[in-house]
Structure formats: structure tokens, C-alpha cells
Design a protein around this ligand. Structure first.
Ligand code: CAA
Length: 260
């Protein structure tokens, strides 16, 4: 994967793990049109060798959301296109074949939380604050928050956050299941790298199918979801990795995944 130059983010690759660091600290990594387009370029450029992706922020914020100064300069009719672009980015990230970890190093507000919600797993620094404060600006979430937040933590808690526009701290986010781990701020990058490395070491076909199966769980009827699971199980069963995984267990040795 070519590590082309970006203006508002950094892209690094270590083995099977790629890391995107939003890097617009003067605007607390706000997601303006240019940054959203760069995220699309990142998503387009990831190849099969990338087994796990980490998204994090430079400086004190993960992302303070959609760019308020840019939105203030937009015409009334511009909201549609801006929201559509944001949705395109979040949908592309959500649909990536590899697991994506949001390492929330500081505030994840508005579009920033919506970006985290497009990721498979959210881990947070103890100083992080997460929320959908759009209501305080006369807006509603526009990059998927009204839908993905309710699916993650339930309609009642999601409505409370969206209606009141108040952020919650990392501990509370852990308690409601919005994030899955909270670590001291200075540990976050290492924790994300370790978790991504562990994911990257798993059987690639099985991990992809696990992502597909759990993705439909929030939306599908149970019977439909269970049928879908049968298909994902069958796909792993037909893989070389299944042969290797079962053989390695019986031989009492670690498996060597082929990724097919
Ligand atoms: N867009 C653009 N610039 C932003 C920004 C944003 N979302 N958030 C902060 N900034 C800028 C500030 O304007 C400030 O710039 P200047 O130094 O030029 O004045 C700089 O970043 C630092 O911000 P603060 O001085 O406010 O920093 P703080 O530490 O005192 O406060 C904060 C941090 C609580 C995150 C506060 O900046 C804040 O409340 N930001 C707005 C968060 C927000 O409302 N996000 C939702 C945006 S709407 C949205 O996202 C819609 C959608 O779903 C699509």
C-alpha cells in the first residue's frame, strides 16, 4: 500500500497493522471536507495485507467533530452534500474487511464520535470524553450518529446523549458499552498497537467472516441473522485456514495461517 502524502492525517504501516492519525490539531482534528476526502483515500488504498487498522488523533483530541468554522461558512442547502460525504466515509470504514480500532485519545464529539462508531472496537484514554453535542449548535448528528449510537448502546441512552448534547467520560462510556477498554492516556497507543497486533495474528478468513456475521446482528431478524451465520461458518469451513487450524490443534502446535 502506497503511503501517499496527506495534509490532515498520517498513515503508517507496521507489519499487518496500519495506523491513521488525524492530524489537524489547530482545529482539534475536526472533519472538514478535505479530511473526509483523505479518509476515503485511505480506505480505498488499504490492501489485503492490512489485517487490522487503528484510527487515532494527534494532540489532545481524537476529533471534535464536523468542522464548525467550515459549516458556518456554508449555504443552507450545503448540509445535504456534507452529510452525504460524511456518511460515505463512515460506511466505507465500517465496510472495511479488516477490524478497525478507534483509539480515542481525547474528545470524540459529534462527527468524531461518529467516526469512532464506524469502527469495530473503541478503546479510550481515561481522559477521553465522548458525545453528540450537535443539539447545542442547532444541529443533529449528520455522519450516522443517530443510527449507530442507538445500535451500540440502545435507544434510551443514545437519545439522552443526543437530546442533551452532554459528553460522557471514558468510565461512563465503558459502563454503557460504548467503549470496550479504558487505559491511562500514556498507555493508549501501546494498547491499540497490541490489540491490533493480536487481531492481525488471527485467522484472516475467520476474522473477516466474524466481522460480517456480527455486523448484521444489530439489524437482521434473528432467523435471518442465524441463516447468515451459517453462510459465514461455511465460508470459514471451506478455507485452508480451517484445515490448518484443526490440524494444528491436533498436532499440539501453533497454527500458521495462509489467509485463504
Ligand atoms: N470544528 C472546527 N474547529 C474546532 C472544532 C470543530 N468541531 N472544535 C474545536 N475547534 C477549534 C476551536 O475553534 C479552537 O480554535 P481557535 O484556537 O482558533 O479558537 C481550537 O479548536 C481549540 O478549541 P477550544 O479552544 O474550544 O478548546 P477547549 O479545550 O477549550 O475545548 C472542546 C475543547 C470542548 C472540544 C471545544 O472545542 C468544543 O466544544 N468543540 C466543539 C465540539 C462540537 O460541538 N462538535 C460537534 C460539531 S457538529 C458535528 O459534528 C455535526 C455532525 O455530526 C456531522
Amino acid at each position: 500500500m502506497a503511503e501517499a502524502a496527506f495534509a490532515n492525517l498520517r498513515l503508517e504501516r507496521t507489519g499487518g497493522v496500519a495506523t491513521v492519525t488525524l492530524d489537524r490539531p489547530k482545529a482539534l482534528n475536526a472533519l472538514d471536507v478535505a479530511t473526509l476526502r483523505e479518509l476515503l483515500r485511505v480506505a480505498d488504498g488499504l490492501d489485503h495485507e492490512v489485517r487490522a487498522l487503528v484510527i487515532t488523533g494527534a494532540g489532545k483530541a481524537f476529533s471534535a467533530g464536523a468542522d464548525i468554522a467550515a459549516m458556518a461558512a456554508m449555504a443552507p442547502g450545503d448540509g445535504h452534500g456534507y452529510a452525504l460525504l460524511g456518511h460515505e466515509v463512515m460506511a466505507r470504514i465500517e465496510a472495511l474487511e479488516m477490524p478497525v480500532i478507534a483509539a480515542v485519545n481525547g474528545v470524540a464529539l459529534g462527527g468524531g464520535l461518529e467516526l469512532a462508531l464506524a469502527c469495530d472496537l473503541i478503546i479510550a484514554a481515561d481522559r477521553a470524553r465522548l458525545g453528540q453535542p450537535e443539539i447545542n449548535l442547532g444541529l443533529v448528528p449528520g455522519f450516522g450518529g443517530s443510527q449507530r449510537l442507538a445500535r451500540r448502546i440502545g435507544q434510551s441512552r443514545a437519545r439522552e446523549l443526543i437530546y442533551l448534547g452532554q459528553a460522557i467520560n471514558a468510565e461512563e462510556a465503558l459502563r454503557v458499552g460504548l467503549v470496550c477498554r479504558v487505559v491511562p492516556g500514556e498507555r493508549l497507543a501501546a494498547e491499540a498497537a497490541e490489540l491490533a497486533g493480536e487481531l492481525a495474528s488471527k485467522a484472516p478468513v475467520a476474522l473477516r467472516q466474524a466481522k460480517r456475521a456480527t455486523a448484521v446482528a444489530a439489524d437482521a431478524e434473528l432467523a435471518v441473522g442465524c441463516r447468515y451465520e451459517v453462510e459465514t461458518f461455511a465460508a470459514t469451513f471451506a478455507s485452508d485456514d480451517r484445515v490448518e487450524g484443526l490440524r494444528a490443534f491436533l498436532d499440539k502446535r501453533p497454527p500458521v495461517w495462509k489467509g485463504r
